[in-house]
Design a protein around this ligand. Structure first.
Ligand code: TMP
Length: 214
C-alpha cells in the first residue's frame, strides 16, 4: 500500500506520517516512512539546493523536484513496495502539480508528463489532504525555508490548488488539519482502515512478493 500526505505548509504532515507508521507497526505491518524532496543522499542534496540555495527560475525548481522524485521512486518507494512493505510519503507528485503548475503557472501538460516520467506511472492508493488555512498553518513555524518564506497570497493559492486537485481522483481524503492533533489522527486512521488496499495487505497470500500493491 502506498499512502501520500499532502497539503499546505503547517498541516502537520510529518507528525501524521509518524503516528500512522506507529499504529501500522502495532497492527503488524512493515512500514517505510519517507518524504519529498529529500530521501537518501541524492535527495538530501537536491532538497538542500531547492530549499536553502539561492533563488532559481521555476523551470529549474520543477526539474529538481522531478529529479528527486525519479530517484526516490526507483531507489526507495518501489523497492519497499516490492518487498511487501507499506510506504507512507510526506508529499509526492500532487505537490508538484499544485506548487509548480497551479501556483507557479508552469505548463500543466508538461508538469503532468514530467510527473508520469518521474514516477514511472506509480500512483498512491490513498492521498490524505491535511487541509489548513495558511494563517493557521504558517503561524506554526518559527523559521522559514525559501518556499515557506513566500507571501501569504502564495500560500492561499497553494491551499486552493490542493482543493482543486482533489477533484482529480477518488484516492483523496480531505481532513481538517486545524483540529487538535488527536482528532486529525482519528480521521486519518479511519480513512486508512476504510481503504481496501490496507485490508488486502493484511491477507497472508500477499506477503509472497507476488502481486505487488500499487
Ligand atoms: P516540506 O517542507 O513539506 O518538506 O516540503 C518542501 C517544500 O517544497 C514545501 O514548501 C513544498 C515544496 N514542494 C514543491 O514546491 N514541489 C514539490 O514537488 C514538492 C515535493 C515540494
Amino acid at each position: 500500500m502506498f499512502v501520500t500526505f499532502e497539503g499546505p505548509e503547517g498541516g502537520g504532515k510529518s507528525t501524521m506520517v509518524q503516528r500512522v507508521a506507529a499504529a501500522m507497526l502495532a497492527d503488524g505491518h512493515e512500514v517505510v516512512t519517507t518524504r519529498e524532496p529529500g530521501a537518501g543522499e541524492t535527495g538530501q542534496r537536491i532538497r538542500e539546493l531547492l530549499l536553502h540555495g539561492p533563488d532559481m527560475p521555476p523551470e529549474t525548481e520543477l526539474l529538481l523536484f522531478l529529479a528527486d522524485r525519479a530517484n526516490h521512486v526507483r531507489t526507495v518507494i518501489r523497492p519497499a513496495l516490492e518487498a511487501g512493505k507499506i510506504v507512507l510519503c510526506d508529499r509526492f507528485a500532487d505537490s508538484t502539480w499544485v506548487y509548480q503548475a497551479y501556483v507557479r503557472e508552469l505548463d500543466r501538460a508538461f508538469v503532468e508528463a514530467g510527473n508520469r516520467f518521474a514516477t514511472g506511472g506509480l500512483e498512491p492508493d490513498l492521498t490524505i489532504l491535511l487541509d489548513v488555512e495558511p494563517e493557521i498553518g504558517m503561524a506554526r513555524f518559527t523559521s522559514r525555508d525559501r518556499i515557506e518564506a513566500q507571501p501569504i497570497e502564495f500560500h492561499k493559492r497553494i491551499r486552493e490548488g490542493f482543493i482543486l486537485r482533489t477533484a482529480d481522483s477518488s484516492r483523496w481524503v480531505i481532513v481538517d488539519a486545524s483540529q487538535p492533533e488527536d482528532a486529525v489522527f482519528g480521521r486519518v486512521w479511519h480513512a486508512i482502515h476504510e481503504n481496501p488496499a490496507y485490508n488486502l495487505k493484511r491477507r497472508p497470500e500477499n506477503s509472497s512478493g507476488q502481486g505487488t500493491p500499487k
